[in-house]
Design a protein around this ligand. Sequence first.
Ligand code: FAD
Ligand code: NAI
Length: 471
Amino acid sequence: ASASEEKDLVIIGGGVAGYVAAIKAGQEGLKVACIEKRGTLGGTCLNVGCIPSKSLLNNSHLYHQILHDSKNRGIEVGEVKLNLETFMKAKETAVTGLTKGVEFLLKKNGAEYIKGTGSFINENEIKVELNDGGESVIRGKNILIATGSEATPFPGLTIDEQRVVTSTGAIALQKVPETMTVIGGGIIGLEMASVWSRLGAKVTVVEFLGQIGGPGMDTEISKATQRILKKQGIEFKLNTKVVSGDTSSELVKLDVDAAKGGKPESIDSEVVLVAIGRRPYTQGLGLENIGLETDERGRVIIDSEYRTKIPHIRCIGDVTFGPMLAHKAEEEAVAVVEYIAKGHGHVNYGCIPSVMYTHPEVAWVGQSEQDLKAQNIPYKIGTFPFSANSRAKTNLDSEGLVKILADPETDRLLGAHIVGPGAGEMIAEATLALEYGASSEDIARTCHAHPTLAEAFKEAAMATYDKAIHF
Ligand code: FAD
Ligand code: NAI
C-alpha cells in the first residue's frame, strides 16, 4: 500500500475473523486490505490452533488404535513405532497447505494482504510496520479490529514453550514426555491431554471446577466423558487449584490445593501445560491513540452491529465478546461486512455449536440442563446410548450418548448434547434443527439412513417426545 492510499475497509489481523472478512469484502466489491503480522494468514486457528491440534489428534488416535484396538479386530501388526518428527511434519503440511490456500483466496477476491503490524495513528489512519522493513500508512473509510487472543499466563510460572508450555508449545514438543500435568481441564487441556497420553505420556489434569470441559458442557455429558477419558489413562484432579509452580529442578513442581478440605500436595512432571483460558490481544494496537477502551477482561467493547464507540471502527472474533471459536469468528466476519456493505447482518448467538475433538468427540449446541435449571426453564429430556446404535456397535466404538432437551409444551428443541463417535459432525444436524426451531418430533420423523451413527440422534429425539425403538 502506498502512503495515503484509502480503502473502503482496512482489517487489522488476518486470523479467521480477519481473513474471512477480507474475502467477503472483496466479494462485495469493497476495496479492502488485511494487515497480518505473523507472516502467514489464518491466525491462531490455522497456524497454532484448530488445524495443527486436529492433525495431532487424528494421528495420535490412529497410533493408539493400532497399538491397543486392532488385535481384537483381527488385524495383527508387527512392531509399531512412533516417528515424532514425521508426525509433526504431517501437521506442518496441513497447516502450510491451508494457510497458502487462504492467501490464494484473498488474491482471487481482490483483497490486498499486507504483511506487517498495524497500529492506529488516528481514527482513519493505520501505521504498518512492514515485516520486510520500513513503514507505510493506510487510510480506511472503515476499520475492522480482528486481532484475536493469546493464552492466559499462569501467575508465577514463566512460559518457555519447552517445559512450561501453552498450546503453542504443546503442539510442537520434540519428544514424548514421561509425565505431563495440564493446568485447566477445558477444551485445550483435554485435547492436548489426549494427544500426549495416546503417545505414551502419563497425563494428569488439574481442574479448578467440579467438572471437566468448562462450565458450558452439560454436566451429565461431562461426567460420562470424564469416565471414558479416565479409562484411556488420563488422571483427573477436580475441585483442585494450582497454587504455585517451581521450575528450578529437573522436573517442574506444582503445588496444588484441593478446594474442599483436601490436603495440599505437589506434583512433579516433565512438562506442564498451562490451559486456563485465552485473553483478548490488543497489545501494540494503539487503541489509546483513538481513545478506545477495553472492558475488565480486555475485550474491545462493541454494540450489536460490531461498532466500537467510533462508528466506522468495528471489531469481531476472539478480541471481543462471545465464545472464542473459529466458526463464531467466521459468522461475525460475514455479518460485519454485510453491515458495512448493505446495512444489515445477522449471527444467532444462541445457536453456535461447540466441539471437543477427543475420542469420542463431545459436541453440543443450545442450552445445557444446568443452564435451563438455573433459569427455571422447564424441559423434558430424551437420551439414547451409542451402545444401542447398530453402526457404533459394528464399529466396536460405542461409548457415549445423545441427550436432547426440549420444551415440554411446544416440544421445541432447547439443546442437544452428544458424547460419542462422530459427535462433531452430528452436531451440524442438531444446529440446523435448533436454527429452524424444530421440535424433537420433527427430528424423529425425519428419515435417517441405516446403519449410521446419526440414527442415535434420531432415536434420542424419539425418546424426547415418545419412545425410542432400539432402547
Ligand atoms: P486469531 O486467530 O487469534 O487471529 C488474530 C490475528 O491477528 C493473528 O494472526 C495475529 O498475529 C494478528 N494480529 C494481532 N495484532 C495485530 C496487529 N497489530 N497487526 C497485524 N496483525 C495482528 N476454535 C474452533 O472453533 N475449533 C477448534 O478446534 C479450535 N481449536 C483450537 C485449538 C487451540 C490450541 C487454540 C489455541 C485455539 C483453538 N480454537 C478453536 C480457537 C480459535 O483458534 C479462535 O477462536 C480463532 O482463531 C479466532 O480467530 P480470530 O481471527 O478472532 O483471532
Ligand atoms: P477454557 O476456558 O475452555 O478452559 C480453561 C479451564 O481451566 C476451565 O475449566 C477453568 O475452570 C480452568 N482453570 C482456570 N484457572 C485454573 C487454575 N488456576 N487451576 C486449575 N484450573 C483452572 O480455556 P482453554 O481450554 O484454555 O481454551 C481457550 C479457548 O480456546 C476456549 O475459549 C476454547 O473455546 C478455544 N478452543 C476451542 C477448541 C475447540 O473448539 N475444539 C479447542 C481448543 C481451544
